[in-house]
Design a protein around this ligand. Structure first.
Ligand code: HEC
Length: 723
């Protein structure tokens, strides 16, 4: 009989595929030696391969790939923790990270080991039963590279394959580590180092190929996805998502077709966007790899492709052959994307009974606010309905499958009140599909945004280049208006019926940025939230069953796994990511420090969290001596170059310093920080390439003014409190 090692993953996959197609006894007998050899490797810690992931339901105790299974359902058949005993769920271990930036990763668990990433693309291997650190790997991403990351120095996790752990580093490297000791097996640079590319997404490994995308569309790059040989890191294929300069030969017939949809403009000079920064899925039967493609760069079509056009493959789901990277089909969610409506969001494969027939579907709730159900074999449109209020399109035409975009949504130099906002109606936060309830659980956001072109937009060498008037888009400084806007931004957990295309139930949250989701066989849905609680709901009704105070906002998705017969629930707790950086926290939150941890629960777990240290940061700005004009100019410059990290209107979300609280001593060093890179080792680079001394002074004047605004707000609040 063949030994397990001699059978590669591909053979196992084809066995699985053939078995899936034919169930005759003869075929089973013929394939028996192969099938059993494939099965033999099932519990060796070395052997996470395609066969194991395809058959992941045979080993529900493990969480072998990003979405647990290739279909990315994030549903767990484990049932030991259930509705009847959930009140006994308690913390059993925690692991404190050594960084305090955003956490978005999904841990993987195999045979008692947990592999997870923290901020700065660092990898940790832990004993999944007690949190003991087995090894740690730091790719030593240069802190200066952080300025190229639109949305914090986050990472969404690793992939496992044949004894190796794969991580995409923020600076564009793809690194293979030995799963046993974290030693580097190979490392390749997947992106041009002279462009502001980043990687935050988790790789997937499919038929022995590590598939990795990248980000950077906010800065100005050309999106692509690449496949590397899992064994030695050789580049096998690359699929560009937007056409290059049409004067030059196209890389593929698909791009020649795509180029027809870009009209006028010189998008290729800064790349055009279309980055594949998060979601992928794989169907082993159909042998199709699905990638989710991001927004245009800059955001507005008018700046990229002034003659109009759909600008393929922006905001599209694209199906590729995983062995060659060859294009098979695409579906575009937002034609001529101008709103940062990425289609990089979580894609789930499932078989649904629709109009009396079982359809093989792919489902997505992209940023644009519609929930899509497509035929995953052909890309044929099945249905789409909005899951939050939308203003950019009236509906999706059921015959053509094309969004009916309101003409005014292609904004110019006057404000278009767009809903959803660029934060999305739903962004990278993983959903879950529960085959028992038939529902998809969506961490949804309802928010709007004043889209307006930036006057005389020019690409800058450093930082964000979205072509939006950031100062106009900044929330008004008036505290009452701010409060009203904050209240109008809502977050919810929506249990969506993908067949009926309507919600079954909704839980409203107090904050708009909440965590990803996992659901289980025994009617449970787990989600962390911005208020800092991990909550369990009943999957069919949304009734809250259990809650744990994690002391810090949660954005990542929980997982559940089993070791030695004991079921665990794990989640990364820690604040960060886009909205926490850009959308400032409430004044009282602004000086709070982030707490970054892995929290793991089991029945009768008895651990607790230590009390949070109280951090008092005095609000003691220098005198304001600058003129109104200078402050005004400072406001515009601030919202062009600083707001993406320090928060709009200089109110930070609590992760990166709130500049209103900057001390007088640091204010004396302002130019050294802003123009000379004094704090570059902490991720605050010099901006001297795009700002001069007068600019730096103007920004400082604006920040000082905002600190005085905050002081008077505080004393008003205190007086009210006394009165
Ligand atoms: C890519 C994210 C990023 C951007 C963009 C950014 N900063 Fe920073 N900034 C940081 C980080 C991170 C720190 C903390 C560094 C440390 O602790 O060593 C920081 C710290 C600072 C500090 C010190 C604050 C204190 O109280 O200690 C100042 C001042 C500052 N930044 C000003 C600016 C200005 C002005 C801009 C725009 C021109 C800007 N920053 C843009 C990330 C950023």
């Amino acid at each position: 009989m063949l030994s397990a090692e001699k059978i590669d993953a591909k053979t196992c996959l084809s066995v699985v595929r053939i078995k899936g197609m034919m169930t005759s006894i003869l075929v089973s007998l013929l394939l028996f030696p192969l099938v059993s050899a494939c099965t033999e490797s099932e519990h060796s810690s070395e052997g996470v391969n395609g066969h194991r992931i395809v058959l992941a339901d045979r080993e529900p105790g493990n969480w072998l790939s990003h979405g647990r299974t290739y279909d990315e359902q994030r549903y767990s058949p484990l049932s030991e923790i259930n509705e009847d005993n959930i009140n006994r769920l308690g913390l059993t271990w925690k692991y404190d990270f050594d960084t305090h930036r955003g956490l978005e990763a999904t841990p993987l668990v195999v045979d008692g080991m947990m592999y997870v990433t923290g901020s700065w693309s660092r990898v940790y291997a832990l004993d999944a039963t007690n949190g003991r650190l087995i090894w740690q790997y730091d790719p030593e991403v240069p802190p200066e590279w952080a300025v190229n990351a639109c949305c914090d120095v986050v990472n969404r996790g690793v992939a496992l394959w044949n004894g190796a752990v794969y991580v995409g580093a923020l600076d564009g490297r793809l690194i293979a580590l030995n799963a046993k000791d974290g030693g580097v097996l190979w490392s390749v640079q997947t992106t041009p180092t002279d462009r502001p590319y980043t990687i935050t997404g988790a790789p997937r490994v499919v038929t022995g190929k590590v598939i990795i995308g990248n980000g950077g569309a906010e800065m100005g790059v050309r999106g692509f996805v690449s496949a590397y040989d899992a064994g030695d890191g050789d580049l096998l294929w690359r699929f560009y998502t937007v056409p290059g300069n049409p004067e030059e030969p196209f890389e593929s017939p698909a791009l020649e077709m795509a180029a027809e949809t870009w009209i006028g403009g010189k998008w290729w000079e800064h790349g055009g966007g279309g980055t594949v920064w998060d979601s992928m899925a794989y169907d082993a039967d159909l042998d199709l790899l699905y990638i989710g493609v991001g927004n245009g760069s800059p955001w507005s079509r008018q700046l990229r492709s002034p003659g109009g056009g759909d600008n393929l493959f922006l905001s599209s789901i694209v199906a590729l052959r995983p062995d060659t990277g060859e294009y098979v089909w695409h579906y575009q969610t937002s034609p001529g994307d101008s709103w940062d409506y990425t289609a990089t969001q979580h894609m789930i494969l499932a078989d649904l009974s629709i109009d009396g027939a079982v359809r093989q579907v792919i489902m997505q709730a992209p940023k644009n606010g519609f929930f899509y159900v497509l035929d995953r074999k052909t890309g044929e449109f099945i249905s789409a309905e909005p899951f939050v209020p939308v203003t950019w399109a009236t509906h999706v035409d059921p015959d053509s499958g094309r969004a009916a975009v309101r003409p005014e949504a292609y904004y110019g130099y006057t404000i278009f009140d767009g809903r959803p906002s660029p934060f999305g109606a739903h962004t990278w936060h993983p959903m879950s599909y529960n085959p028992n309830t038939g529902l998809v659980y969506i961490p949804a956001i309802d928010s709007n945004f004043p889209y307006k072109l930036e006057e005389a937009f020019e690409f800058l060498e450093l930082g964000v280049n979205v072509g939006i008037d950031g100062a106009a888009a900044a929330w008004p400084v008036d505290p009452d208006i701010r409060k009203a806007i904050r209240q109008s931004m809502k977050g919810s957990l929506i249990a969506w019926d993908p067949v009926a295309q309507k919600p079954a139930w909704t839980v409203e949250h107090k904050t708009s940025w909440n965590g990803g989701v996992v659901s289980t066989a025994k009617n449970l849905v787990f989600q962390g939230n911005g208020e800092g609680n991990l909550v369990a709901y009943s999957a069919d009704s949304g009734r809250e069953l259990w809650s744990f105070n994690a002391q810090t906002g949660i954005a990542a998705a929980p997982i559940t796994y089993r070791v030695d017969g004991e079921q665990y629930v794990a989640v990364l707790a820690g604040w960060g990511g886009t909205m926490p950086l850009v959308q400032g926290g409430a004044l009282t939150h602004a000086a709070n420090k982030n707490v970054s941890r892995i929290l793991v629960f089991k029945l009768d777990g008895e651990e607790s969290l230590p009390a949070l240290p109280v951090v008092e940061k005095p609000l003691d700005p220098p005198e304001n001596t600058a003129s109104e004009e200078v402050i005004e100019r400072g406001m515009v410059l601030y919202h062009r170059t600083c707001f993406a990290c320090h928060g709009d209107t200089a109110v930070s979300g609590g992760v990166i310093p709130d500049l209103r609280f900057t001390s007088r001593a640091t204010h004396k060093l302002w130019d050294k920080v802003v123009l000379e890179g004094l704090l570059k080792s902490g991720g605050m680079v010099s901006f001297s390439r795009i700002l001069d001394k007068a600019d730096s002074y103007a920004i400082q004047a604006y920040v000082i003014k905002r600190a005085h605004d905050a002081k008077s707000e505080l004393s008003k609040a205190q007086n009210n409190g006394r009165g």
